[in-house]
Design a protein around this ligand. Structure first.
Ligand SMILES: Cc1cc2nc3c(=O)[nH]c(=O)nc-3n(C[C@H](O)[C@H](O)[C@H](O)COP(=O)(O)OP(=O)(O)OC[C@H]3O[C@@H](n4cnc5c(N)ncnc54)[C@H](O)[C@@H]3O)c2cc1C
Length: 257
C-alpha cells in the first residue's frame, strides 16, 4: 500500500521509462509514487536465471542497449555496464542447393569473406560499408537531439547537413534506397530487418513507418551500436529502481491501475 494519500506525480507502470521518470521527478523534489501491476519492476527489460544451478542472469525479452543516453546513466549514478558484441547477426541461406549464410561480425575480414562467399563478388560488402558509413555520420548528428527539445524538421535537416541522405532516409520509402544500394536479396533482407521489425510496414510503405523504425535502430549512442548489458536488462532496471528509491520515490508492486 502507498504510504500517503496524495503525491505530486503518480506513475503507472514500472518499466524503464516509468522508473527514469520517477527518478528524475524525485530528484527534482517531487513526491512520486510508481504503481506496477506485476510483482517486480522492469517491464520488458528484465533478467532471469534461465539455467538451473547456473548463477547467470540473462535478459528475458529486451536484450540489447543502444538508445539509453549516457547522460541518464551519469545523472542518476547508475552502476551499469555493457559489453560490445563480436557478432551482430548470422543469416542462414541456401544457394544453388547448398547451405550457406551471411555472417555480420567476427571482424571486418570475416564479414568481407562471408559477403564474398555468399554473393560471389566484393560489390555487396563495399556497398554495405558505404551504407553504414552514412548511417554512422547520421547517428553522430541525430542522437544528441533525443535528449533535447524536439527539433523542427528544418533544424534537423540542417543538423544532418547532407541533402542526399536526408531525402533517402527521411523523405522516401527506405525500400528505394535499399534496392538502389544492394543487389543481393538476402543482403537487402538483413538491412531491412532494422526497418520492418515490429512495424507491420512494407519496405515501400508510403507512411515511412519503416524509415522511422530503421532510424532508431541505427542512431543509438551516436554510433548505432547495440551492446550487451552485463547481468541482462534487469541489471539496468534494478539500478533504475534503486536510483528512484534513493531519490525518495515510492514503488508499489502487485498494484494494477
Ligand atoms: C521481445 C522484445 C524484445 C525487445 N528487444 C529490445 C532490445 O533488445 N533493446 C531495446 O532497446 N528495446 C527492445 N524492446 C523494446 C523495449 O522492451 C521497450 O521499448 C521498453 O520495454 C518500453 O519500456 P516502457 O517502460 O515504456 O514499457 P514496458 O517495459 O512495457 O513497461 C510497462 C510496465 O507497466 C506495467 N503496467 C502496464 N499497465 C499497467 C497498469 N494498468 N497498472 C500498473 N502497471 C501497469 C507493466 O506491467 C510493465 O511493467 C523489445 C521488446 C520486446 C517485447
Amino acid at each position: 500500500m502507498p504510504e500517503r494519500t496524495s503525491y505530486d506525480a503518480v506513475i503507472v507502470g514500472g518499466g524503464h521509462n516509468g522508473l527514469v521518470a520517477a527518478a528524475y521527478l524525485a530528484r527534482a523534489g517531487r513526491s512520486v509514487l510508481v504503481l506496477e501491476r506485476l510483482d517486480h519492476t522492469g517491464g520488458a527489460a528484465v533478467s532471469t536465471r534461465a539455467f538451473t544451478g547456473i548463477d547467470a542472469r540473462l535478459s528475458r525479452y529486451s536484450y540489447l542497449v543502444s538508445l539509453l543516453p549516457p547522460a541518464i546513466v551519469r545523472d542518476l549514478g547508475l552502476r551499469f555496464a555493457v559489453r560490445k558484441r563480436t557478432v551482430s547477426s548470422y543469416t542462414p541461406a541456401v544457394r544453388g542447393g547448398r547451405p550457406t549464410g551471411l555472417l555480420v561480425g567476427g571482424g571486418e575480414a570475416r564479414t568481407r569473406e562471408s559477403f564474398a562467399e555468399l554473393t560471389g563478388s566484393e560489390r555487396e560488402f563495399a556497398a554495405w560499408q558505404r551504407f553504414y558509413g552514412t548511417t554512422r555520420r547520421l547517428a553522430e548528428r541525430v542522437f544528441p537531439t533525443l535528449t533535447e527539445p524536439l527539433p523542427t524538421r528544418a533544424a534537423l535537416r540542417a543538423a544532418v547537413d547532407d541533402d542526399t541522405t536526408w531525402h533517402a532516409l527521411f523523405e522516401r520509402p527506405l525500400g528505394e534506397l535499399v534496392e538502389e544500394t544492394f543487389t543481393d536479396d538476402l543482403v537487402r533482407g538483413v538491412v531491412l530487418t532494422d526497418a520492418l521489425i515490429g512495424t507491420f510496414a512494407a519496405a515501400h510503405d508510403p507512411s515511412l513507418r519503416q524509415n522511422r523504425c530503421f532510424l532508431y535502430h541505427v542512431i543509438g549512442g551516436g554510433t548505432g551500436d547495440w551492446d550487451v548489458p552485463l547481468g541482462g536488462m534487469g541489471a539496468l532496471t534494478d539500478a533504475l529502481a534503486e536510483a528512484a528509491r534513493g531519490a525518495g520515490a515510492e514503488i508499489v508492486t502487485d498494484c494494477a491501475v
